[in-house]
Design a protein around this ligand. Structure first.
Ligand code: ADP
Length: 246
């Protein structure tokens, strides 16, 4: 492809929405309306915070994105594909493209740091040398090269969190999502954690961080989508935690 055509293609891709929530309502079986008529779009390469009080619907939004839950009304699109229509056999592919780090890290206690990160690659059929290379690279990203042979119980909350980030990044996702990443770590480590998110974003990955970390959100001047009681109440470029913009 010529440089010019490649440039045109890149421009077209950049205008494409990677993720789209279209009038999404989620009602759980007990009647709780966790999201109400939520619409927004994220372009490839964007960095967005999703903020709001506990119970606002942030985790539900993430679960809908990776099809852990289905919308009651409306649709979630990933690369223009309606996620609720995706055939069951393609759901693992969706979850490969969207790497999520959950609050409880979900590490395997009987496996070392290396093995935890390598596990997904082995399932995908990576060779031993490819696995070694990728694991070394992503442990470098989170500065845990020296702890590769530790078991999760030997790590602090912040280190476990970083292993979970490395594990998600090992699969080369197009989207990286962190759900309340500061919930279970020492507040002193918050800064370095958000530096890692920034690094991930700089590598071209689309980043979504659901968080309560007001100071970090205000400092980073990224897009801020604010949810309250299931409603999207503001969506600002260079936003602040409380819904203002810079
Ligand atoms: P957040 O992540 O912002 O704390 P959640 O998405 O976890 O919010 O929850 C939004 C609302 O939906 C809350 O009222 C919560 O209690 C409710 N909720 C979450 N999961 C379920 C579920 N599986 N069944 C019923 N209600 C749920």
């Amino acid at each position: 492809m010529s440089t010019r055509r490649r440039r045109i293609r890149l421009v077209v891709l950049a205008q494409f929405s990677l993720i789209k929530f279209e009038a999404v309502t989620k009602k759980y079986p007990d009647g709780t309306e966790a999201l109400k008529d939520v619409s927004f779009e994220l372009k490839s390469g964007e960095f967005a915070f999703v903020v709001g009080p506990s119970g606002a619907g942030k985790s539900t939004l993430i679960k809908l994105l990776i099809r852990e839950e289905l919308p009651s009304e409306g649709e979630v699109f990933y690369e223009d594909i309606p996620v609720s229509q995706l055939k069951e056999k393609y759901v693992p592919l969706l979850r490969q493209e969207i790497g999520v780090v959950f609050q409880d890290f979900k590490l395997l206690a009987s496996k070392t740091v290396f093995e935890n990160v390598a596990y997904g690659l082995e399932v995908l059929g990576f060779s031993e040398s490819e696995t070694q290379e990728v694991v070394a690279e992503v442990l470098g990203l989170v500065s845990l090269e020296d702890q590769a042979n530790y078991f999760p119980q030997q790590l602090s909350g912040g280190e476990k969190q970083r292993v979970a980030i490395a594990r998600a990044m090992a699969l080369r996702p197009k989207v990286f999502v962190a759900d309340e990443p500061t919930g279970n770590i020492d507040p002193k480590l918050t800064d370095s954690l958000f530096e890692i998110f920034d690094k991930i974003s700089s590598s071209g990955v689309t980043v979504i961080v659901a968080t309560h970390a007001k100071d970090e959100v205000d400092k980073m001047k990224k897009r801020v989508i604010r949810i309250e009681e299931g409603l999207l109440v503001s969506d600002k470029k260079k936003g602040k935690y409380n819904g203002d913009s810079d």
